[in-house]
Design a protein. Structure first.
Length: 194
């Protein structure tokens, strides 16, 4: 009867084990894709190759990027989280500043919403009158958008501007022969973009 098991020395067993471990480690190190979910309650660290511009990329089944985190500043002026679309730089969320860039537009540092009460008083015929309303948080550097909640015939909204804590809105009385208009105070909606 043939002998199915050969007797190996402890040295042969040790050498065989070391070779097997090294081969397994080489295969694991060479792997670029994990075939399962990653879950951690701690910190997940991803280190890019020295010639890489993307630290972390999440792609869909068609290998199109859904989310990229770029800390090399090669595509953005600051450390950025990029959420690519057709153009890989849009929109971009700047992580190291307080600004958000969407598309290729100017960075937005703040977005505020609110309402304020506007009371014009009497607006003479064929003239413009301005009134201020309190808008907490707005500054002179904000771009202001307002929406009147009530309209009066012959009275049209003409402009809006901001100062610290207030929005100034202007209306024009289009009635050359209709006389003055004194609308009731009304609540206007506003949005400020910084």
């Amino acid at each position: 009867m043939k002998q199915f098991f050969s007797t190996k020395t402890p040295l042969q067993i040790a050498v065989t084990s070391v070779v097997a471990i090294l081969l397994t480690a080489g295969v694991v190190v060479a792997a670029t894709t994990l075939g399962t979910n990653i879950s951690t309650t701690g910190t997940l660290t991803v280190t890019p190759a020295s010639n890489s511009t993307t630290v972390l990329a999440v792609k869909n089944a068609a290998s199109k990027p859904i989310l990229e985190v770029d800390t090399t500043n090669s595509r953005a002026s600051t450390t950025a989280i990029l959420v690519p679309q057709a153009n890989v730089n849009t929109p971009r969320f700047n992580a190291s500043s307080t600004a958000v860039s969407i598309g290729d537009g100017s960075p937005v540092a703040g977005l505020r919403f609110g309402t304020c009460v506007v009371d014009f008083g009497s607006v003479a015929a064929s003239s413009t009158l301005s009134a201020n309303c309190t808008a907490t948080g707005v500054t002179t550097n904000d771009m202001i958008f307002v929406t009147p909640t009530a309209t009066t015939s012959r009275l049209i909204f003409t402009s809006a501007s901001s100062t610290t804590g207030a929005i100034q809105v202007s209306v024009y009385n289009t009635g050359a022969t209709g006389g003055a208009i004194d609308p009731d105070a009304s609540t206007w909606s506003w949005m400020a973009i910084r």
